[in-house]
Design a protein around this ligand. Structure first.
Ligand SMILES: Nc1ncnc2c1ncn2[C@@H]1O[C@H](COP(=O)(O)OP(=O)(O)OP(=O)(O)O)[C@@H](O)[C@H]1O
Ligand SMILES: [Mg+2]
Length: 416
């Protein structure tokens, strides 16, 4: 924008300067010409006055004296054909002046000035002076250079002022862009400085700040709503706990109560997590995956499923909240249990490579339906959210979710 403004101002100023300076330069040249011709004419006229009055001898002396001092040689053509001063033959212009009177005529190399002295006894005498081209242009080049220098100085001044203006507009816009970047990067505390830049930019800054505040409020409301929703599940869970306590088989009751307790802890974690102001999420993927795999391994044993585990040792830091990664692992392992026959084996592999951590869950079942993975679409009469939860966890790090055969891979980038 700075360059464009500078170009615009340069173009506009160049037009204005050309419109003023070119006529001024031509005027200066004409003025210089007129001055030189006028000086020559005055000199010729003063000699013309002498031609009428002085005798020929005195006149010759005066003309020669004048030619010694004068800038341009003067020639006097007397009516009797005598030529005084610079000796040249009578030019066509001089002969014409003898008949028609005084005038001046332009030649390629200068201007010829002719003054006719009428009323002499023998006819009309003509005083001729010639102003060469260099005298006509005397001082013009310097004046033109001066004009050009003034033009360039004005142009530079205009460019400097335009650049100051452009900086005053561009700097606050850059600040706005940086604030927007910060906001989109999750830093919801970023605000644009008020009162910086021209009024329009200040308006945008105020609107951006309001938008940032609104996003913050909406997120807070969203988290509170999630917390409320989780809290509502406590009532059916209490009923479940009472039912579990009422089971006749004490072993069964203990088992059920343990599961209800785990559910209660998970709910509490969800509520606390939803209500917490978020810092940048992070966890150790190795620890989280190991913990969830241990949980599912107990159920696998109950169902006679062979579990093949290949978990890279930690710590494997990833930019995902522990609860989110745990939810993704649970979604994938939960799917194995929900969508394959009892007894079907499965494998979990956690591998680390430079810049990424990959979690792969596969099973010995029939594999995925090609349409699987669309949010809200379930092939098993459920809610159809599991794979999407895992996908969003992957994508929050810049990675992705891949499904091939009966294998799902969650790619978590560690250098997004
Ligand atoms: N291990 C698997 N083997 C075969 N098909 C699977 C497997 N896991 C998921 N699917 C298929 O992919 C679909 C989508 O899975 P997703 O986890 O997203 O939803 P869901 O399990 O149906 O519902 P939710 O997870 O919300 O309870 C499933 O309905 C199922 O048809
Ligand atoms: Mg599922």
């Amino acid at each position: 924008m700075r360059r464009r403004l500078a170009l615009l101002v340069a173009a506009a100023m160049a037009l204005v300067l050309v419109a003023f300076l070119v006529p001024l330069a031509l005027l200066l040249r004409t003025a210089a010409e007129d001055r030189a011709v006028a000086a020559a004419r005055i000199q010729a006229q003063s000699l013309g006055a002498l031609v009428a009055t002085a005798d020929p001898g005195a006149l010759r002396l005066t003309v020669e004296q004048a030619n010694v001092d004068a800038a341009h040689p003067v020639t006097v053509f007397l009516p009797d054909g005598t030529v005084l001063g610079a000796q040249i033959a009578a030019t066509p212009a001089a002969r014409l002046a003898a008949q028609r009177g005084s005038f001046s005529v332009a030649h390629a190399d200068g201007r010829e000035v002719l003054v006719a002295v009428q009323g002499l006894p023998g006819g009309t005498a003509v005083v001729r002076s010639f102003v060469p081209e260099r005298d006509l242009r005397r001082g013009v080049t310097r004046a033109w250079l001066l004009l050009a220098a003034v033009g360039v100085a004005l142009l530079l001044l205009g460019l400097a002022v335009a650049d100051r203006l452009a900086v005053a507009v561009v700097r606050p816009i850059r600040t706005l862009a940086a604030v927007s970047e910060g906001l989109s990067g999750g830093d919801l505390d970023r605000r644009a400085p008020a009162g910086d830049g021209p009024p329009e930019v200040r308006l945008v800054a105020a609107a951006l700040n309001r938008l940032a505040g609104r996003i913050r409020d909406l997120l807070r409301q969203e988290r509170e709503a999630a917390a409320d929703l989780s809290h509502r599940m406590r009532t059916p869970m209490t009923a479940l706990r009472l039912d579990a306590e009422g089971l006749a088989d004490p072993g069964e009751a203990a088992r059920m109560l343990e599961h209800v307790g785990a559910l209660d802890r998970a709910l509490t974690a969800v509520i606390e997590d939803a209500r917490r102001e978020r810092d940048a999420p992070a966890c150790d993927a190795a620890a989280v995956v190991a913990e969830r795999v241990a949980f599912w391994s107990v159920l696998a044993e109950d169902q006679g499923r062979a579990a093949r585990l290949d978990l890279a040792p930690g710590p494997l830091p990833v930019a995902v909240a522990a609860a989110d990664l745990a939810a993704a692992v649970d979604a994938l392992l939960g799917n194995v249990f929900a969508h394959t026959e009892e007894g079907t084996g499965f494998a979990v592999a956690l591998t680390a490579a430079p810049g990424r951590v990959e979690l792969a869950v596969s099973d010995d079942g029939p594999g995925f339906d090609p349409a699987a993975g669309e949010r809200g679409v379930s092939g098993g009469g459920s809610t159809g959210l599991g794979l999407d939860i895992a996908r969003r966890t992957a994508e929050s790090t810049g990675g992705r979710l891949r499904i091939a055969g009966s294998r799902v891979t969650v790619e978590l980038l560690t250098d997004p």
